[in-house]
Design a protein around this ligand. Structure first.
Ligand code: ADP
Ligand code: MG
Length: 718
């Protein structure tokens, strides 16, 4: 048995083990893998100006003075301790019914001494205070009388939870480390890999992490733990890729005449990256090995036509294809635009059957589609989630395209892939306009092949972006004037709001706001009173509208009959009205960078110059200001994705769905550790390729087994 799996109750006093268990720390491994949140140094006091009321903190502070004060109104006493960080002060207060109960505090908390204090920051008469903090003196005072050594030694600070303070964890760790033969801990990273990349063995890394004598020790330990975590993750993915090699799919020959006719009949010239994406995907589909490919192409890069080419290839071979879109608006638009793209094929004598299946497809049409699916006839079905419910009706589904994949969970994403009942898998093409930075792609999508389409169709001009302070009346007036000019020049204008109406309280708001946020209803009313827009018709689309209302509004907008569309983010993805030349985003501080970029992507879809206005209230947070600044400064989705990564926290990156589970990554950060992930990926790949069964690496094999059953399941949900 792995010593890390030993229950703590066998290693620690029962009471302590119970306490830790309540905090979710059950085994030796749980305890030792507890990553210090930060390190303090004796002598380097924790700055107090960064503390905020309500926070649970552990600080290192020096006692300035301490006095016992009888309570005026109530019986009992309080012991008030002034603490300093060298420049500012705060109070720690202890209450008791009699002075006697505070004698230990009095004896220990002497002026000039430093202690760790843990508790919730409160506020009393404008001053920060800790009420009844737990406190702890320097632990190895006796052991290391040498002042120099003592102040070099990093003090690990662990997250406190369930009443377990940082130093209780530290002491438990010390006991456990003493009782273990650290050198005998099984290490999933083989020795030769460790020496090649200069990684500490597991036991030593853990010792340095918790009890390192210098900052260098700690840095080395952290790197080793991060590297190890990345390595296990990547080995897991590499092994799964290998397992996938045994799987089979329906093959469809490359470059059929239908496809040639389609490409020949396109109204535009394909960009080089569209061409290479089409041929990479074409080769994948021609093989009997199931494709799992992620097509990353910036907003407007023309992914639909690539998907269309792939679908034609399977149809030409007599199979069925599906295109899944996240919204009804988008599914409908895809059906329309693909039909238009397929027109020339029909005249070339290759009629193709394409159907739209959504939750609002009338029953007779739905039954007809279901019948066609079951017949095994070659057919393309474009649809929303409704398609997932019909997945088992396909008699011969060979290719599933998932557009805007980030809108789907993995289970939905993979539902079509695994929908056949003959053991074959369905080729899968997932598309996204949300560029995924490489480090994230390698972690989350480590088992997908990735095709990146760079560049936009020629003749496109980058959208000019302005950040507009809504408090500036002159600017706002000028903005609506500009909208009028765009419309008079034949353009269309989007106005996006974070809310539908006054009753709408979106739960994804990025920033607290005091003023009410722009809503579609209020904006419609407001626009009616804007002088420069008099006589201009506006329509609105929100998630509340039914599908007829939505398509009527989209139709009015796209035809120009109502050249202003006021909408929520329902129009965020995929919507394609080439005449649109202006995007106005109200309360833009409420949207994330990739969302802003998606919204901006609704314009700039023709050779005309387009503009985007990101409107925000006068007062916004620094992060929001930086985000809007970054947004305005680049139109390159990849640059923005990197900027976004830098502005966001870990949990956000991996998606809210698994931010709870993301704690599974204890040491590694996809934001910070791109280089480590890259190294680990390469070396894990080599190792698995050389020894697929891991016969020579039993420790790694064991840890992957454990991992696949527990630690890594979160990845499946990404
Ligand atoms: P996205 O990658 O954002 O899904 P679309 O597939 O919706 O982009 O394409 C955006 C617009 O560009 C569509 O109107 C499409 O017809 C057009 N388009 C696609 N490829 C080209 C090209 N090579 N040249 C000109 N226009 C193109
Ligand atoms: Mg698209």
């Amino acid at each position: 048995m792995n010593p890390l799996d030993t229950p703590l109750s066998l290693r620690l006093p029962a009471k302590l083990a119970k306490k830790l268990e309540k905090a979710g720390i059950v085994t030796v491994g749980d305890l030792l893998y507890e990553a210090p949140r930060r390190y303090y140094h004796w002598g380097a006091l924790t700055p107090m100006h960064v503390l905020r009321p309500g926070e649970d903190v552990t600080i290192l502070a020096e006692v300035v003075s301490a006095r016992l004060i009888p309570n005026r109104s109530r019986a009992g006493v309080r012991f008030e301790v002034r603490l300093t960080d060298g420049s500012s002060e705060m109070t720690a207060t202890f209450f008791a019914s009699s002075p006697y109960k505070l004698s230990v505090h009095e004896r220990l908390l002497q002026p000039g001494e430093s202690f760790l204090f843990a508790g919730k920051v409160g506020e009393y008469r404008g001053n920060l205070q800790l009420v009844h903090p737990e406190f702890e003196g320097v632990d190895d005072e006796q052991a290391t009388p040498d002042i120099e050594k003592r102040s070099n030694r990093p003090i690990p600070i662990y997250s406190t939870r369930g009443g377990v303070t940082s130093w209780v964890i530290a002491r438990a760790i010390a006991v456990v480390l003493d009782s273990l033969d650290l050198d005998a801990l099984p290490d999933p990273v083989p020795m030769q890999v460790r020496s090649r990349f200069d990684i500490e063995a597991l036991g030593n890394a853990l010792r340095l992490l918790h009890q390192g004598s210098t900052d260098q020790d700690v840095a080395r330990a952290k790197r080793s733990m991060r590297w190890r975590e990345a390595f296990v993750l990547q080995a897991f993915l590499a092994k799964r890729r290998l397992g996938n090699d045994a799987l089979r799919a329906q093959s469809s020959p490359e470059n059929p005449p239908e496809l040639q006719a389609f490409l020949g009949g396109l109204p535009f010239t394909l960009t080089p990256s569209q061409r290479s994406a089409i041929s990479a995907i074409g080769a994948d589909i021609a093989s009997s090995h199931p494709m799992q490919r992620l097509l990353e192409g910036d907003v407007g890069s023309g992914k639909t036509v690539v998907a269309c080419a792939a679908l034609i290839q399977v149809i030409a071979a007599g199979h069925q294809g599906a295109l899944l879109a996240p919204t009804e608006v988008l599914a409908r638009q895809h059906a329309d635009s693909i039909r238009a793209l397929l027109k020339p094929l029909e005249s070339a004598g290759f009629p193709l059957d394409l159907r739209l299946l959504t939750s609002s497809t009338p029953a007779p049409a739905r039954r007809e589609i279901e019948r066609l699916l079951a017949s095994g006839m070659p057919i393309i079905v474009v649809g929303t989630h409704a398609l997932l419910y019909a997945r088992n009706l396909f008699a011969d589904l060979a290719l599933a395209v998932i557009d805007e994949q980030h809108r789907f969970g993995v289970q939905q994403r993979d539902a079509l892939r695994e929908s056949r009942n003959d053991g074959l898998l369905v080729h899968q093409l997932v598309m996204t306009a949300t560029p995924i930075p490489r480090s994230v792609a390698m972690t989350i999508f480590g088992d997908l092949d990735v095709t990146v389409m760079k560049g936009l169709p020629s003749g496109r001009k980058p959208v000019t972006t302005f950040v507009v302070d809504a408090g500036n009346a002159v600017w706002m007036e000028r903005m609506w004037q500009r909208a009028r000019e765009e419309i008079d020049g034949g353009g269309r204008v989007y106005v996006v709001c974070p809310r539908i109406d006054e009753d709408d309280h979106p739960d994804e708001l990025l920033e607290e706001s005091t003023a009410p946020l722009a809503s579609v209803t209020a904006t419609m009313e407001m626009l009616a009173g804007v002088p420069s827009l008099s006589g201009v018709k506006a329509v609105s689309v929100t998630g509340k509208d039914n599908s007829e209302e939505k398509s009527a509004a989209m139709e009015a907008f796209s035809s120009g009959q109502a050249p202003i569309l006021v909408a929520t983010t329902v129009i965020e993805v995929g919507v394609d009205v080439p005449e649109a030349t202006m995007m106005i985003i109200l309360d833009a501080q409420q949207f994330g960078l990739s969302q802003l970029h998606q919204l901006r992507g609704r314009v700039g879809r023709s050779s005309k110059q387009s503009i985007c206005m990101a409107v925000h209230p006068s007062v916004i947070s620094d992060t929001s200001a930086q985000r809007l600044e970054a947004f305005a400064s680049s139109t390159d989705g990849f640059v923005l994705a990197e900027a976004d990564l830098a502005l966001r926290r870990e949990g956000d990156v991996l998606g809210s769905a698994q931010s709870g589970k993301a704690s599974r990554l204890r040491f590694l950060s996809v934001v910070r550790d791109g280089a480590i992930i890259e190294e680990a990926r390469e070396s894990a790949g080599e190792l698995i390729a050389a020894d697929p069964s891991l016969a020579s690496y039993p420790e790694l094999a064991t840890s992957l087994n454990d991992a696949s059953s527990e630690e890594l399941v979160w990845m499946e949900r990404s």
